[in-house]
Design a protein around this ligand. Structure first.
Ligand SMILES: Nc1ncnc2c1ncn2[C@@H]1O[C@H](COP(=O)(O)OP(=O)(O)OP(=O)(O)O)[C@@H](O)[C@H]1O
Ligand SMILES: [Mg+2]
Length: 253
């Protein structure tokens, strides 16, 4: 069965896009068929995977029913991508009728048979775009960075995900919180991670044992529109993602 995974956190800059792109590429290198969908009007994922979002069709055209999903898929040097651009922010105002939560789910239903994994990047907000992603997904990954406000934000997010699960997608599972940009030599990082483990254990929020290290290589790769496995295949962060995939498989993801 296709695993459809939303990567989300309403907090900005925690690594949603980086997780989506790096994880997708490492999954692809391990032989899986992978599609990523950019549900963020910022279009960062489309940019860093080298997908065009100016001339070609985007997820916006697909959600509006103007383009069939298969015609919006771009086969990039690495994974397949349905890109987005700023027009996607119009969805909130354009679609007001009942059932608007399921626009993306309907799109994915017609193409999921071709893929092992579909990863969905979301904007830093719990908007209708994020709800569409959650409604279409089997699992959620929540990237976090170890700063002081992260833990609180995630407890709120998990409450919202529980509501979405109850109202629009009873099959949705939280795969786990994923600590990103982790530097074990920074005391605050270790302290916040320790505190997060205690709070999340108490609230039954799963957390991945794998952490993703802080690596400048990942930012450099994005700036040059290359994936990390091509830019610097020996970078330790590639091993972190391989370890994440092993853990995901153990969890049935
Ligand atoms: N593991 C990492 N090591 C070093 N830099 C990282 C790492 N993960 C992400 N970054 C950098 O942090 C910045 C924010 O990452 P990213 O864009 O993935 O976050 P985001 O959650 O998608 O942001 P937004 O909320 O704006 O969509 C980027 O410059 C990215 O290169
Ligand atoms: Mg992003």
């Amino acid at each position: 069965m296709t695993k459809i995974i939303t990567i989300t956190n309403q907090k900005g800059g925690v690594g949603k896009t980086t997780t989506t792109s790096s994880l997708s590429v490492v999954l692809k290198r391990r032989g899986y068929k992978v599609l990523v969908i950019d549900m963020d009007p910022q279009g960062n994922l489309s940019f860093c995977l080298g997908a065009d979002n100016v001339i070609n069709a985007t997820i916006y055209d697909v959600l509006r029913g103007e383009i069939r999903p298969q015609f919006a898929i771009q086969h990039t040097a690495t994974v397949d991508v349905i890109p987005s651009n700023i027009l996607l922010s119009g969805i909130e105002l354009e679609f007001t009728s009942a059932g608007r939560e399921y626009l993306l789910k309907n799109v994915i239903n017609s193409i999921k048979g071709f893929y092992d994994y579909i990863l969905i990047d979301t904007p830093p907000a719990l908007s209708i775009l994020t709800v569409n992603a959650l409604a279409a997904s089997t699992h959620v990954i929540i990237p976090m960075v170890c700063d002081i406000f992260s833990v609180q934000g995630i407890t709120q997010l998990v409450e919202s995900i529980a509501k979405v699960k109850e109202l629009v997608n009873e099959d949705l599972q939280i795969g786990g919180v994923l600590v990103n940009k982790f530097n074990k030599r920074i005391l605050l990082n270790k302290e916040v991670k320790g505190a997060a483990e205690l709070v999340f254990q108490d609230l039954n929020i799963p957390m991945f044992k794998t952490t993703i290290r802080n690596s400048i290589g990942v930012t450099e790769a994005q700036a040059s529109q290359q994936d990390i496995t091509s830019y610097d295949p020996k970078n330790g962060i590639v091993r972190d993602y391989i370890s994440l995939i092993t853990e995901m498989r153990e969890k049935g993801m």
